[in-house]
Design a protein. Structure first.
Length: 131
């Protein structure tokens, strides 16, 4: 028996009752937005202004993305640097919450998202997969 974990824009994690669906991962109109600052001290200036003055810009890493991945399916995520691949994987893993929308994951999920983590250069590709 498996359970389904849903992460919504509020960062709430909900575990639903088991389902018989073949969907393993589902993203429903998921977006992720970050606030960026020109200078490191600008976030403090914004805080001191009490929100009356903005010193940030909004960066949309992912906009309204929806998809389903069925159990047993292999999926590759390909894109240029800065296109949102890692952000998407972090949202699926539950380490980052979406700004809007929801991601549902059925079953257990293990993620290695840092470059080089879980990788031994002396092993073959196949051996690293089992590492």
């Amino acid at each position: 028996m498996s359970s389904e974990r849903a992460i919504d824009a509020a960062g709430s994690v909900r575990v639903d009752s088991p389902t018989s669906s073949r969907v393993a991962i589902e993203a429903d109109s998921v977006s992720k937005e970050y606030l960026t600052y020109s200078k490191p001290q600008d976030w403090l200036r914004e805080l001191l202004w009490g929100g009356r003055r903005k010193f940030h810009r909004r960066f949309k890493a992912i906009q309204r993305l929806s998809f389903r991945v069925n159990q047993g399916t292999t999926l590759g995520i390909v894109g240029r640097n800065g296109s949102g691949k890692t952000t998407l994987l972090q949202m699926i893993a539950g380490t980052v919450s979406p700004t809007s929308g929801a991601i549902r994951v059925k079953g257990k999920l293990g993620a290695l998202l840092e470059l080089g983590s879980g990788f031994n250069p002396d092993f073959t590709g196949r051996e690293n997969v089992y590492l």
